[in-house]
Design a protein around this ligand. Structure first.
Ligand code: FA5
Length: 365
């Protein structure tokens, strides 16, 4: 193609572009125009590619004409784009008009979960008696959850709390087995597990702090357990008091005061002998049924009493394990289920209601 032919081609492209520009009515069609005329594979680029066929004196003349055409098309395109943009904005604005006289939206206010309410109430009763609040990890080692609490390896007491293990149960075996295998423990702290009770925090506290110790520890615990009164994840509050001259009388006094504060002054308590490897003597504490006041009903199974917690005097072997001299110090410990207390307090007969996030249930507290 020679110079004249190229100049004529540029002129006809300019005319064609001006005609097409006049017909553009949307931002989409504008983009299509840009690709067609000015794009990398567009008509103008096509012409510019032919410049290499011209002689050195002709090239600047045709090049300049092509650039002029390009600048003209680009500037018309830009003013058209602004115009269309403005039109589009006005259209959108007219669509979303705000009625400033409408009342505002009411955002629902959050509130505490019933289990948090009960946990906080338990905490504040003990804090008022002079206890401090401690925390421990949900993922525990066999050592803190069992061994330091005087559950010997292979002891049937381990079966009292059916455990979720994380990884192999025995360190030398390195594989999961169906049967319950406990030990031999080749590592100092043994395999990892989800704590089955909050009692390991007793050990962690006594390792760090010397008596006098007055602590409680709320937290989640985990067991293979699932029915209307037992959940695989539930909450406990542990308590531990270690000092000189503490007796079972102190244990009874503290726990009776607690039960009467949370359930009312008329409530009676009963301490029954029971077994936990980390206490001696051990007890389970019953309260007179909160529904029938001890007369006997469906909830208490007719005998007028409800079990709410485990307790006992800290076993001397546990004190020795954390290097506290059992001849100088004595202590007592207790552990209660938060769900159990919440169910009795609010008259709830299915533990699963706490975890279903059903607002009809939760809004009642
Ligand atoms: C213990 O867990 C002992 N660690 C308590 C203890 C602490 C005893 C200190 C002595 C000294 P037990 O397994 O009984 O004990 O559990 C205590 C409470 O947790 C029970 O009374 C019950 O209210 C609650 N509980 C037990 N299993 C479940 C479960 N699966 N779901 C809901 N609550 C449970």
């Amino acid at each position: 193609m020679n110079k004249e032919e190229l100049l004529a081609k540029i002129e006809s492209l300019r005319t064609e572009a001006n005609g097409a520009l006049a017909a553009l009515d949307s931002l989409v069609s504008l983009q299509e125009f840009k690709v067609r005329f000015l794009g990398k594979k567009g008509l103008l680029t096509d012409i510019l590619k032919s410049l290499s066929l011209l002689g050195p004196e002709e090239r600047p003349i045709v090049g300049e004409a092509a650039n002029r055409a390009k600048t003209e098309i680009e500037s018309r395109l830009e003013s058209l784009r602004k115009n269309l943009d403005q039109k589009e904005r006005s259209r959108l604005q007219s669509q979303k008009q705000v009625d400033v006289s409408l009342p505002g939206l009411k955002l629902p206010r959050g509130f505490r979960h019933p289990l948090s309410l009960v946990e906080k109430e338990i905490e504040s009763i003990f804090v008022n008696m002079g206890f401090s609040v401690f925390e421990g990890p949900d993922i525990e080692s066999d050592y803190y959850n069992f061994e330091a609490l005087n559950f010997p390896a292979d002891h049937p007491a381990r079966e009292m709390q059916d455990t979720f293990y994380i990884g192999p149960r025995t360190m030398d075996q390195g594989q999961r087995t169906q049967e319950k295998v406990h030990g031999p423990w080749s590592m100092v702290h043994g395999p990892l597990l989800l704590r089955t009770h909050t009692s390991p925090v007793q050990i962690r506290t006594m390792e760090k702090q010397k008596p006098p110790i007055y602590m409680i520890c709320p937290g989640a615990v985990y067991r293979h357990d699932d029915d209307v009164t037992h959940s695989p994840m539930f909450h406990q509050v542990e308590g531990l008091m270690v000092d000189r001259h503490l007796t079972f009388g102190d244990l009874k006094g503290v726990l009776t005061l607690f039960c009467q504060t949370i359930f009312g002054k008329k409530l009676k308590t009963r301490f029954r002998p029971s077994f936990f490897p980390f206490v001696e003597p051990g007890a389970e504490v019953d309260i007179s049924c909160v529904l029938c006041a001890g007369k006997g009903c469906r909830v208490c199974g007719g005998d007028g009493w409800l079990e709410i917690l485990g307790a006992g005097m800290v076993h001397p072997a546990v004190l020795e394990q954390v290097k506290i001299d059992p001849k100088k110090f004595t202590g007592f410990a207790f552990g209660m289920g938060v769900e159990r207390i919440a169910m009795l307090k609010y008259g709830i007969d299915d533990i699963r209601l706490f975890y279903q996030s059903d607002m009809r249930f939760l809004e009642q507290f």
